[in-house]
Design a protein. Structure first.
Length: 349
């Protein structure tokens, strides 16, 4: 068995598929049609923005009847058929492509379509290999990756409105998480940022909840085909986050703000400005003020003190209840509510 590693432009791959010189071997490929339009659009958008994607694996064989060489796709069927279908104007890009939404291949500016055709695809071309060796390669390709966690499974399962809404929000917010170590790079790579943003949206939909994978799955499921609250939730989440970014970065510079405290801060800001569903019994005397904070400088100082006490597990400080709610079972409803209530009281002075 010999493997030739090189790159091939999209134009060459397309012409190989069109001529029948590059085919799909159904013996070790999954059925076609697995990618919905949003996923196909996101993949084409990846190429249009010159981002890399995983290499494609081909097998080169000789047809004894025609005495011609041809190639079979071992790994990369969905990627290559999506490229072919787009070039043949079989689908238009959805809103997940920010620059080219609504465009088919023929609608692209000339320089963009030229760049698409010249994009280099990384290829492993396997020659002189037996069918047994090819099947072993395919098995190994599918065994290298880590098992999907619940976040990754959720984003692989749902391809509708809410999934791409969260994808756009994470693109905007995640650099902040990375910069201030709210989430580690490993956590971000395993889509914990998407989980955190989803839970912030959940606050607007269902109010304060204990963490539960099934609850998040339901939000994706219920808003997969249509998402009527999209504009409202976008406004609440983004404006609350922007308030943090514009006014409270000193808090993040001064002390560690882990994801469960970020969730609590977002919950408090959303509640104080907009209110939360079914929150009357939860907050009682703490009515929403209609603004994010009354005295920003004072709020900033108090949050630094509160979060520092939590980081140091200081049970002799001013914010004992907040500290206790930050030590264990940080994602329980009781402790989440306690932290949010305490931050709201600071926002309202």
């Amino acid at each position: 068995m010999k493997i030739l590693r090189n790159t091939i432009p999209v134009s060459d791959v397309y012409n190989l598929m069109k001529s029948g010189e590059l085919t799909i071997n159904r013996s070790y490929q999954r059925g076609k049609g697995l990618w919905p339009n949003n996923a196909r659009s996101y993949f084409i958008d990846t190429i249009l923005n010159d981002f890399p994607f995983p290499k494609v694996v081909l097998r080169q064989v000789v047809d004894l009847k025609t005495k011609k060489s041809k190639r079979e796709i071992i790994d990369g069927q969905q990627r290559l058929t999506t490229i072919r279908d787009f070039i043949e104007n079989k689908f238009k890009l959805t809103s997940v492509s920010k620059k080219y939404a609504g465009m088919s291949y023929e609608d692209l500016p000339e320089e963009v379509s030229a760049a698409l055709l010249s994009y280099e695809i990384s290829i492993d071309n396997i020659v002189t290999a037996t069918t047994e060796e090819i099947l072993e390669i395919f098995r190994r390709i599918n065994s290298y990756t880590l098992p999907l966690n619940t976040s990754e499974k959720r984003h692989a399962t749902f391809q509708g409105k809410f999934k791409w809404f969260i994808s756009n929000l994470t693109e905007y917010v995640t650099p902040f998480f990375e910069n201030y170590k709210t989430l580690s790079l490993r956590e971000i790579s395993r889509m914990m940022d998407a989980d955190l943003i989803t839970e912030c949206c959940q606050l607007c939909i269902d109010g304060v909840q204990n963490r539960g994978a099934s609850k998040l799955d339901n939000i994706y499921k219920e808003n997969d085909e249509s998402f009527d609250l999209e504009e409202e939730i976008y406004e609440k989440v983004i404006s609350s986050f922007n308030f943090i970014k514009d006014n409270l970065t000193e808090v993040f510079d001064s002390c560690k703000v882990p994801s469960y405290i970020f969730y609590s801060l977002m919950g408090a800001l959303i509640y104080n400005k907009y209110g939360l569903p079914d929150a009357k019994n939860d907050f009682q005397d703490l009515e929403p003020s209609g603004s994010f904070a009354n005295e920003v400088n004072q709020v900033r100082d108090e949050l630094i003190r509160m979060f520092s006490e939590a980081e140091e597990k200081d049970e002799d400080g001013k914010y004992l209840n907040f500290v206790k709610a930050s030590i264990a079972t940080t994602h329980s409803y009781k402790n989440r509510l306690m932290r949010i209530q305490t931050i709201v009281s600071v926002l309202q002075n």
